[in-house]
Design a protein around this ligand. Sequence first.
Ligand code: BTN
Length: 317
Amino acid sequence: MKARILQLLQQSKQPVSGEYFSRQLGISRVAVWKHIRGMQAAGYEIQSTAKGYRLLAASDAPLPWVFGERSHKVHYFTELPSTMDKATELAHQGCENFSVVVTDHQIRGRGRLQRSWQSEQGGLYFTMVLRPRLDPGTAPLVNLAAAVDLARALTTLYPIDAKVKWPNDVLVGESKIAGILSQMASEADQVHFICLGIGINVNNHPPEISPPAVSVAQLTGAPGSRAQILSNFCDRFERRIRLGRLHEVVPQWKKNTLTLGRHVVIQTVRETVEGTAVDLDSRGGLMVEMADGELRTVLHGDCFHGIDPGDPDPTLF
Ligand code: BTN
């Protein structure tokens, strides 16, 4: 009902009367008023005068009812320890493919490699539950696809040049705007589910150094909409996975990356690989040419972009 009220408010330049809503929606004027109060509490600025209701400003909150057909799959919380835990719980309970757990604030947000992910108000924090028919070896491509689609969502909605960094960060310039953490439940030859956790700096103030990070609001000078970013990403990513054309992501990733051609240092669980990132293989592995000319392909690890010739800054990103 709130989605319909929002639609009618957005369509009209004039104030919309309670009576008009009541006739269009088949509910009482008191019920209309209660929905409007709920929307105001959720951050919508709706003016109420003798002539009716007028929308002054929309909220950016990722509330389920703003997602149309997807709304029943969006689980919104004002606060959570981590969306990863809630999504894993829902996945074990059999939630639908492409269900999303989203929150305004995480108390114990997690990053890759046991790091924490600062999750203050204003950022977008969500985990999508995927049930793809894939063998576990293909899973890295899902992460690369998420990074590519996230970068595309951001560049479509805002005048920013978002690029991907191996394995699946999204950067603007050298600053991180979004990170992806994925956890998989699988057997030898079958994925049960993947929890794809994504944190995006939207209206929060991420730490500026070590590694450098930036938000949509800092880049554009205006607040971004968490709801729009989530909706845009979910639509393009779900379409891609449903079409089952996961391998197409490799050339797309290569076209949009900052990693290829760079000096990189990659930490894996076993070793550190250092050299020039020369290519991405069909499984999403990064091919690194080392100082002695040996070519090494790394499938999992943490990548630091190093110093390129002429770069005066010795910091590793
Ligand atoms: C990284 O770059 O290290 C990955 C960061 C992933 C953060 C997101 S925020 C939503 C989801 N919940 C978490 O606890 N972590 C992921």
